[in-house]
Structure formats: structure tokens, C-alpha cells
Design a protein around this ligand. Structure first.
Ligand code: ATP
Length: 344
């Protein structure tokens, strides 16, 4: 069921066309993540939805109502920023209750809503503190709590975890996922971190240069990327993309004719490293990364291609060792010279 509908949305900054006519349908209760490289327009698109920037073309519809020209405060959306944007001189309780107080909600109702949000977010012991007496993760939870108490139609998150250290980012990410499962609120979340995108999203919107490259579930994007850009943007380590010219002839022949001057894409788990002479491609180890649960082996092939292989077993192999590679060509993605996927 279409809940938030974007039609031909455009944004110019001076003569720079930052958003180039975006169509997107978001369903009620969905968790949508906007990802893409720096400058692709993900924050701008979120700000247009929020009403923090004026739209230069197209329309926005929320729950059957045209909100294109509605001021931000009338859109019934709540935004959580990377910078938290808490009121420094107010307590946590006051920060969380502020919007409801402005809306003249009954004090008893406010108290109940703030208490409930504080319980959900593990903030009950901190309600009397001011923001500066909190850790970064706690501040971010207050910012989320402030959004929750308003029970908006849509939650908008702009890189909410990027000021947190890696461990806290992981924990808070899990909390946001749980929160979404509990509240089932329609959410749009901007990040450049594709692990966040993959773990949080019902559907991911991959943006590039003001346009949508692909929309899909995380696994659709991983397994069936529409083009080389999406293929290399989703997945860590990045998908190996080897120019067809650097492939051994017998492998090149397995690909479609239209990829003859294109490339092959192989996920690191589609490449396995074998003792010298046992695989179809010969190469030399350049680097081994033992990560505990998995091992990454960086190999340069005799044809000059660089590949990373992922294996769950540990290895005795070291940089400088000569090896062979086996490539699961049935898992390969073939790209034409323009980077479009072509079928084998
Ligand atoms: P990042 O991940 O670096 O935050 P982003 O994908 O969120 O990037 P936006 O901030 O949406 O990108 O910016 C999209 C484009 O619009 C960029 O080229 C940026 O320089 C430009 N832009 C954004 N805001 C403004 C502004 N207020 N004035 C002029 N140009 C802007």
C-alpha cells in the first residue's frame, strides 16, 4: 500500500541539479534506507521529504495527501539528525516532552508517553540529566525518544550513528532494528554505511548523482545487482570486477558476447584459493587478512588482475606464496562496457 509517494522530485542548488527527477513508492511500515557515495543526494532527498528544503519539481504525497508545499511542521514527520540537535539546557525529560508541550498535549498524557519511550530506549535512569551529562549513544537515544513520543507518520534518520564509535554504532543499530520491529513505523534512513543499509532495510534505495540506480531488498541487491555500480557498492569486501581482457581465454568464453569488452564480477566468496597448479587461474598472494571467523586473501593473477577471496577456514598461506584460484563462474555477474549487467 503506497504511503509516501515521490513523483518526479527535483532539486537545484543554483544551477546544480542535485536531485534529477526521482520516483519512489514507500509502503506503510517499511524501513527504507537511502545509500550512495558522498554527494549523491541522499541527505537532500531526505530533507525534501522532511520539508527542510523547498522542492523545485515533482510532488510528494503522504497518506493520500499532497504535502509538496506543506511546511515541515505540518507534515507529521520526525527527523533524527547525526548531530542529535538536543536542547542543551533542558533535561532529557524536557527534551523528549518539548514537542508535545508545544502541541498542548495533556500533561498526564505527556508523562505517560515519555515514560514509555524512556523504558523502550533504556533511558529511565537519565531523565533528569542534561545532554552534556550523557554519552554519545545515550544522546542519540534521547534524540530518537523525542521522535518516538510524537508518533509521527514517518521517521526520518539522517546518518544517526555516524558520531558513535564502532561498538556503540553496532549496538545502537540493533536497537533501532528492534524499535522498528516493535513500533512498525514507516522509516527512511540515510547512511553511507552499507552494513547499516543491509541489516536495517526492508528495501534499499541506491542513489548516484541525483538518480536512483536500483531499489530492492538487501539480498536482491547483493544477488542481482542491476549494474556494476550497485554490484560494487553493496557488499564488503567489494565485489571483484575483472576486465574481460584480464581473464584467461577459457573463462572469457564462458561469458556472453556482449561482455567481451566488459568485465566479470565475482563476490569474494565465489573465489577460492587452492595450492599451486590445482585451479584454473594462477596467481600470487599479496596479503592475508585473518579476521577470526573468516580469512581474506588478496591475490594478483598471472594476467595482472587483483582479486580478493573470502574463506571461512584459516590458512597457512602468506604474502608471496604462489597459488591457484578456482572461480565459481556460475555465480559470476557479467557486465558490458557500460557497466550494465548482461546475462551469461
Ligand atoms: P554525504 O554522504 O557526503 O552527506 P549526500 O549524498 O547526502 O552526501 P547531499 O548532501 O544530498 O549528498 O548533496 C548532494 C549534492 O548537492 C552535492 O553535490 C552537494 O554539494 C550539493 N548540495 C547539498 N546541499 C547544498 C546546499 N545547501 N547548497 C549548495 N549545494 C548543496
Amino acid at each position: 500500500m503506497a504511503y509516501l509517494q515521490l513523483r518526479g522530485v527535483e532539486k537545484f542548488f543554483g544551477r546544480h541539479r542535485a536531485i534529477k527527477g526521482i520516483d519512489l513508492t514507500i509502503n506503510k511500515g517499511e524501513f527504507i534506507v537511502f545509500v550512495g557515495p558522498s554527494g549523491c543526494g541522499k541527505s537532500t532527498l531526505l530533507r525534501l521529504i522532511a520539508g527542510l528544503e523547498g522542492i523545485d519539481g515533482g510532488t510528494l504525497e503522504l497518506d493520500g495527501r499532497d504535502i509538496t508545499d506543506l511546511p515541515s511542521s505540518k507534515r507529521d514527520l520526525a527527523m533524527v539528525f547525526q548531530s542529535y540537535a538536543l536542547y542543551p539546557h533542558m533535561s532529557v525529560y524536557e527534551n523528549m516532552s518539548f514537542a508535545l508541550k508545544l502541541a498542548k498535549v495533556d500533561p498526564a498524557v505527556i508523562r505517560e508517553k515519555v515514560q514509555r519511550a524512556a523504558t523502550t530506549l533504556n533511558l529511565t535512569g537519565y531523565l533528569e540529566r542534561t545532554p552534556k551529562e550523557l554519552s554519545g549513544g545515550q544522546r542519540q537515544r534521547v534524540a530518537i525518544g523525542r521522535a518516538i513520543v510524537r508518533a509521527p507518520k514517518v521517521f526520518l534518520f539522517d546518518e544517526p550513528l555516524s558520531n558513535l564509535d564502532a561498538a556503540l554504532r553496532g549496538q545502537t543499530r540493533v536497537e533501532i532494528a528492534k524499535l522498528h520491529r516493535e513500533l512498525g513505523a514507516t522509516t527512511i534512513y540515510v547512511t553511507h554505511d552499507q552494513v547499516e543499509a543491509m541489516t536495517l532495510a526492508d528495501r534499499v534505495v541506491v542513489l548516484r548523482d541525483g538518480l536512483i540506480e536500483q531499489v530492492g531488498t538487501p539480498l536482491e541487491l547483493y544477488d542481482r545487482p542491476a549494474n556494476q555500480f550497485v554490484a560494487q557498492f553493496i557488499g564488503t569486501p567489494q565485489m571483484n570486477v575483472v576486465p574481460a581482457g584480464q581473464l584467461p581465454p577459457q573463462m572469457r568464453q564462458q561469458g556472453p558476447q556482449s561482455a567481451a569488452d566488459g568485465a566479470i564480477g565475482l563476490r569474494p566468496e565465489a573465489v577460492s584459493v587452492l595450492p599451486k597448479g590445482q585451479g584454473s587461474v594462477s596467481g600470487r598472494i599479496e596479503l592475508v587478512e585473518a579476521l577470526g571467523a573468516e580469512t581474506l586473501l588478496y591475490v594478483r593473477t598471472a594476467e595482472g588482475a587483483q582479486l580478493v577471496a573470502r574463506q571461512s577456514e584459516r590458512t597457512q598461506l602468506q604474502a608471496g606464496d604462489d597459488v591457484s584460484l578456482n572461480v565459481a563462474t556460475d555465480q559470476a555477474h557479467w557486465f558490458d562496457s557500460a557497466g550494465r549487467v548482461v546475462q551469461a
